[in-house]
Design a protein around this ligand. Structure first.
Ligand SMILES: Nc1ncnc2c1ncn2[C@@H]1O[C@H](COP(=O)(O)OP(=O)(O)O)[C@@H](O)[C@H]1O
Ligand SMILES: [Mg+2]
Length: 284
């Protein structure tokens, strides 16, 4: 089945005609082949992404790491069906046809100011006409997971920046997508809030087994979170390196920073980003 609006192919279920799971598809959530994007700019074209080949496994935590302007948001918007790729193909292998393939958490706060925490988190489920019982169960579950139960009736103007981003995360999970897309979701937060939310995200990811694609420009954040780091350069955005930080979880960045493995990885990533010199976190 092909969605004409987004050019995304959605294939489900992961079973063949006899109901047997197809192992090769059961492990793949997303498949990108030669994916590219050209924007029309004035009378010309701007190539924002080029030749991206990638398979993302079900339940994998993938970080896309790259400098500003290299096409990370464009890639995420294409994966989220908000933008259409102009080259190559994009397929989602889904477990169930009734679920949305993706939900996005944006960098900037994108919750509705006129809705309470509860109604914001319930928004996607209501739009899909989910049953009242399911909405109640799912919304209360994820509001609890992000620690906002005492604030469920509050409105966004009564919340801090970190709490608003928690609402976005709860809303994205409550939608029950197969893949969660997060675009620098914590970059506007202070260090303490950022660390807390990273840990909450990891805990929910481990409990739900969702596939996650997380965009960041922070090397430390990518190493802390990811099963696999895709280093991006551009424009046109393309993958320059793939790393699998195999540090045991839960990871402790302070302890990791002292290890030769961590220093080697940061050095390699900096090279992939085209930056030399001492490891630093930000690549503005
Ligand atoms: N709608 C658009 N039209 C034209 N150019 C765009 C559009 N969206 C993004 N771009 C360009 O594509 C490049 C990548 O942008 P973006 O994906 O936002 O990068 P990143 O998220 O890595 O900072 C930038 O040069 C940006 O100006
Ligand atoms: Mg961006």
């Amino acid at each position: 089945m092909k969605s004409s609006a987004t050019g995304i192919e959605r294939i489900f279920p992961h079973t063949d005609a006899t109901g047997q799971k197809q192992p090769e598809h059961a492990r793949i959530s997303m498949e990108l082949r030669g994916l590219g994007k050209k924007f029309l700019v004035g009378a010309g074209e701007f190539q924002a992404l080029k030749s991206i080949d990638l398979d993302v496994a079900v339940g994998e935590f993938v970080c896309v790491l790259g400098a500003s302007g290299c096409g990370k948001t464009t890639l995420l918007r294409i994966l989220g069906g908000l933008e259409k790729h102009t080259e190559g193909s994009l397929r989602f292998y889904q477990e169930k046809s009734g679920q949305p393939p993706t939900s996005i958490v944006f960098q900037e706060v994108s919750i509705f100011p006129w809705l309470s925490v509860w109604d914001n988190v319930a928004f996607g489920l209501r739009a899909r006409h989910a049953s009242k019982a399911l909405i109640k169960e799912r919304v209360s579950f994820y509001i609890e997971k992000v620690g906002l139960t005492p604030f469920r009736d509050h409105y966004p103007h009564q919340l801090s920046g970190g709490m608003k981003q928690r609402v976005s995360i709860a809303r994205a999970f409550a939608n029950d997508p197969e893949v969660l897309l997060l675009d620098e979701p914590f970059s506007a937060l202070d260090e303490r809030n950022k660390a807390t939310l990273q840990d909450e995200l990891l805990r929910i990811w481990e409990e739900t087994g969702k596939t996650i694609v997380f965009v960041t420009h922070s090397i430390d954040e990518a190493i802390y979170l990811a099963d696999r780091i895709l280093v991006f350069a551009g424009p046109p955005g393309h993958i320059t390196q793939i790393h699998r930080p195999d540090f045991v979880r839960p990871r402790n960045l302070t302890a990791l920073r002292a290890t030769p493995e961590y220093k080697r990885l940061v050095g390699a990533i900096l090279e992939g980003l085209g930056i030399s010199g001492e490891p630093s976190d930000a690549i503005e």
